[in-house]
Design a protein around this ligand. Structure first.
Ligand code: HXC
Length: 257
């Protein structure tokens, strides 16, 4: 499959997608989101892939939704096309998706990073929701995911002022899992992705589903959901293998079933 706005490769059991519109600082237009979904479909359906990494360039993960594509849009069109709804499909993926963010992650770029399961950032990363400067507001979940990630005070201040946060502030606020020097970001993210991909895929996917449940339900319901999923994992061969390997003091040989 060939793409014009992204690069797609595999490294062992890890899929790597690189946003590749350098002339527009990886601004997200509908083609980028469509191609991203096609690449993710491919990885989602490939049993040999256990984790996916999404990255950009050292200057920009993505500088937002494509303003030049949006400038002439009108309400009937955006409503009828459900403009930017393809981003929801990215959020509904079942395999883990890690964002490796260097440079600008602004507007839709910040939102895309937050759709991923966690963010590793380069020390030059900058996060922000500057839509307020354009007379609009975040439209790919920014008001919701940023607030859940860093709390109301900081999220409200950022969305209302449009100011940017550097990597250190983003890590302290809980938006970012770890920071690396920019030239080590991709290598370190791929290392973590390989670790995740080496685990039993059913247990990885079920764990992701359970953690995400936090955002949709009460504690009691979430714990009940987790318990049911935990019970069901005893139907997998990897559960027997993982525990047997511990008892026999050897590494597990997961078959991902
Ligand atoms: C389209 C963009 C773009 C964007 C940058 N470019 N961001 N094109 N959409 N979001 C283009 C520029 O027009 C320019 O192309 C080229 O990329 C390089 O950008 P420069 O501005 O020359 O680079 P620099 O001076 O380094 O400034 C970097 C920057 C700035 C601070 C990131 O580009 C910037 O402020 N970009 C917009 C950030 C933003 O407002 N993002 C939110 C978008 S709204 P040309 O050909 O002109 O030289 C959004 C809504 C989400 O995301 C909700 C959707 C439903």
């Amino acid at each position: 499959m060939s793409f014009e706005t992204i690069l797609v490769e595999t490294r062992d059991r890890v899929g790597l997608i690189t946003l590749n519109r350098p002339q527009a600082l990886n601004a997200l237009n509908t083609q980028v989101l469509d191609e991203l979904n096609q690449a993710l479909d491919q990885f989602e359906n490939d049993p040999a892939i256990g984790c996916v990494v999404l990255t950009g360039s050292s200057k920009a993960f993505a500088a937002g939704a494509d303003i030049k594509q949006m400038v002439d849009l009108q309400y009937p069109g955006v409503f009828m096309d459900d403009f930017f709804s393809p981003a929801d499909r990215i959020a509904n993926r079942r395999k883990p998706l890690i964002a490796a963010v260097a440079g600008y992650a602004l507007g839709g770029g910040c939102e895309l990073a937050m759709i991923c399961d966690f963010i590793y950032a380069a020390d030059n990363a900058r996060f922000g929701q500057p839509e307020i400067n354009l007379g609009v507001l975040p439209g790919i979940g920014g008001t919701q995911r940023l607030t859940r990630a860093i709390g109301k005070a900081k999220a409200m201040e950022m969305c209302l002022t449009g100011r940017q946060m550097d990597a250190r502030e983003a890590e302290q606020a809980g938006l970012v899992a770890k920071i690396f020097p920019v030239d080590q970001l991709l290598e370190e993210t791929l290392k973590t992705a390989q670790v995740i991909a080496s685990k039993s895929l059913p247990s990885v996917m079920m764990t992701k589903e359970c953690v995400n449940r936090v955002f949709e339900t009460s504690l009691a319901e979430g714990v009940r959901f987790e318990r049911r999923v935990f019970h069901s994992i005893f139907a997998t061969a990897d559960q027997t293998e993982g525990m047997q390997a511990f008892v026999e003091k050897r590494q597990p040989n997961f078959k991902h079933n």
